[in-house]
Design a binder for this molecule. Structure first.
Ligand SMILES: [Zn+2]
Length: 217
């Protein structure tokens, strides 16, 4: 780990103290983080964007196989930010664990990979609630059909909606099929089995069913 100049000790301490919780949540959801991983902490947006090869200003964390990148700037020094960092660390740890299990993430729908990471990290407080989603106008990416999960994301607002939809649908699946359904599906996809087949094997239904039963509530 290379500690950049401006990351406060309290932030590092918050990250360190979140590790037992991280392990507990991953285990609950049937995921395991094995082997060695690198954690790259960046103290400015430019270096972060360069390292991850992306320019989206909304990104604060990014994970590739074996390496987690976090952007920690001065504003993160406040102790009040620690819970947010603990959630982000856990969210990225889910991506690390998924990569480490051998899953080809390009063959897995992003609503599932991001939704699962968001659910394991318990980020519901950061996601748009159902009522907020329903109020969105125009409903360009938000409509009451399952396609909303896979429509192209063009703006940051689209991305917020997408993260929320993924979170809610995965949470709905977890509520019905158990916490470890995330790990069980991940293991099947790593086998490798097509995602749609893995979902059906472990939940008894396809995504359209889960979408409808969540939407109709
Ligand atoms: Zn993610």
């Amino acid at each position: 780990m290379s500690a950049p100049r401006r990351v406060s000790l309290s932030t590092l301490q918050a990250l360190r103290l979140s590790l037992p919780h991280l392990h507990e949540r991953l285990t609950l959801h049937g995921l395991r983080l094995q082997g060695r991983f690198a954690l790259h902490l960046h103290d400015d947006g430019y270096a972060f964007a360069k390292a991850i090869g992306r320019t989206s200003s909304a990104l604060r964390a990014y994970t590739v196989p074996g390496v987690m990148h976090l952007l920690l700037t001065d504003e993160d020094a406040a102790d009040a930010r620690a819970p947010i960092w603990q959630e982000r660390l856990l969210h990225e740890a889910v991506h690390l664990a998924t990569f480490a299990s051998g899953v080809d993430v390009s063959a897995t729908p992003s609503w599932w990979t991001e939704g699962a990471a968001s659910v394991v990290a318990d980020q519901h407080r950061r996601r748009l609630r159902r009522a907020q989603l329903e109020q969105r106008q125009p409903p360009a990416v938000w409509a009451d059909d399952v396609e909303a999960l896979v429509r192209p994301v063009r703006t940051e607002d689209d991305a917020l909606v997408r993260y929320a939809l993924g979170h809610h649908v995965v949470q709905h699946i977890v509520d019905a099929a158990g916490h470890d359904v995330i790990g069980r599906i991940t293991a099947k996809v790593a086998a490798p089995l097509p995602f749609a087949e893995a979902l059906h094997t472990h939940t008894g239904h396809d995504v359209a069913h889960w979408w409808r039963s969540w939407w109709l509530g």
